[in-house]
Design a binder for this molecule. Structure first.
Ligand code: GDP
Ligand code: MG
Length: 355
């Protein structure tokens, strides 16, 4: 049990009418000026995020928001950004009365009501008590048990960083050691000799989805196989929902609208998985319309879409992915993610095991 896993930060959001003292409180907690404070209503416009370590809570993100009563010319856009903050919120601190408090409760987010005069120490203690404890979750889930031999096929080609392993590989390796498994590592080239060295088939083989076909050919059909990105998808969301959602790919027709949701903002490169690779694979199936929602620009109305494909959420939290998943399901729109969609598009989904 713990507060958060996968090095995720606890997101604490502050909601309330303009001039209720949200920015003042955030600054007091941070012990520094994070947000501008003034008696001019609407001083805080876009949500302001501050990464900080808090006693008893560890790594957190404080999110100061605009008041929902902001009626300036940019008011409605500010309100939308404020409402979007709910998706990433682990605990909501509400000052005075706010509709956001009700919305947070409806979304299952713990809500703390703050009144002026309460000490920061007391508030932090209440926040600490409100953060839901997370069950210990393994990336490899129920796919392995102590004593199992697990084969990791990890390409170390020119795209791999020099002198080190990428984070998912390191995390899985460490976890297998913690779980008392015996990990055996090889590259695709040395896969035949690695298999020959084993007395029995590995209990599980984990590979990079790029070399899935090659690894699949080298393994007997009875050997359980999965990929690092599928394990990460399951860690950051509901893998069963994503696997079901991926099937909607086959129902896409000319003009279907697909929303690619990226949690982070980055400058896309030519091999970009969400902007180039997945759209190209989808268009091989049907002439679909692909739209990108980057960062916090996740649309409030999801009903126009036939499918949502979410990114791997490496820089964001399970909380955010699950909030968006809930919204998609409530709107009746299938949702999947990069790892599971790629597995499906490569014809892997029937062959692989999902935790
Ligand atoms: N007396 C008093 N004034 C406060 C308190 N918190 C905020 N204020 C004042 O209320 C005004 C609005 O505060 P601010 O933090 O910008 O509110 P926000 O719009 O909710 O972010 C500022 O003039 C603050 O100095 C408080 O606890 N006591
Ligand atoms: Mg403010």
């Amino acid at each position: 049990m713990g507060l958060k896993q996968y090095m995720e930060r606890i997101h604490i959001a502050f909601f309330g009418p303009t001039n209720s003292g949200k920015s003042t409180l955030v600054n007091a907690i941070a012990g520094q000026q994070v947000s501008l404070v003034s008696d001019v209503p609407g001083t805080t416009t876009d949500p302001v995020r501050k990464l900080i370590e808090l006693p008893g809570l560890g790594p957190c993100v404080l999110i100061d928001t605009a008041g929902l009563d902001d009626t300036g010319i940019l008011g409605s856009e500010r309100q939308r950004l404020t409402r979007a903050v709910l998706d990433e919120t682990d605990v909501a601190v509400v000052l005075q009365m706010s509709d956001l408090g009700t919305l947070a409760s409806q979304a299952g987010i713990p809500v703390i009501h703050y009144t002026r005069g309460e000490s920061v120490e007391s508030l932090l203690r209440r926040i600490r008590e409100a953060v839901p404890e997370e069950e210990q979750r393994y990336l490899t889930g129920n796919l392995v048990k102590a004593g199992d031999t697990v084969l990791l096929v990890m390409p170390q080609d020119s795209e791999a960083p020099k002198g080190r392993l990428i984070l998912p590989q390191v995390q899985v390796l460490r976890e297998l050691l913690d779980r008392g498994c015996n990990p055996v590592c090889c590259t695709p080239d040395s896969l035949p000799s690695a298999l020959a060295a084993l007395k029995a088939l590995p209990a599980l083989t984990i590979t990079d989805s790029q070399v899935f076909a090659l690894v699949n050919r080298a393994l007997p059909a009875t050997a359980p196989l999965t990929s690092f990105s599928v394990l990460l998808a399951a860690a950051k969301g509901d893998a069963a929902v994503f696997a079901e959602g991926a099937k909607a790919i086959d129902r896409l027709t000319r003009g279907s609208r697909v929303l690619i949701a990226e949690a982070c903002t980055h400058v896309p490169n030519t091999e970009d998985i969400g902007r180039v690779k997945i759209p190209a694979l989808l268009r091989k199936k049907a002439d679909v319309q692909v739209e990108i929602a980057a960062g916090n620009d996740f649309p409030e109305d999801l009903t126009p879409y036939d499918l949502i494909i979410h990114c791997g959420a490496c820089v964001t939290t399970r909380t955010l992915v699950r909030a968006r998943t809930r919204k998609a399901l409530l709107s009746g729109v299938p949702i999947t993610n990069y790892g599971i969609a790629l597995a499906y598009l490569q014809g892997m989904l029937d062959r692989i095991v999902i935790p």
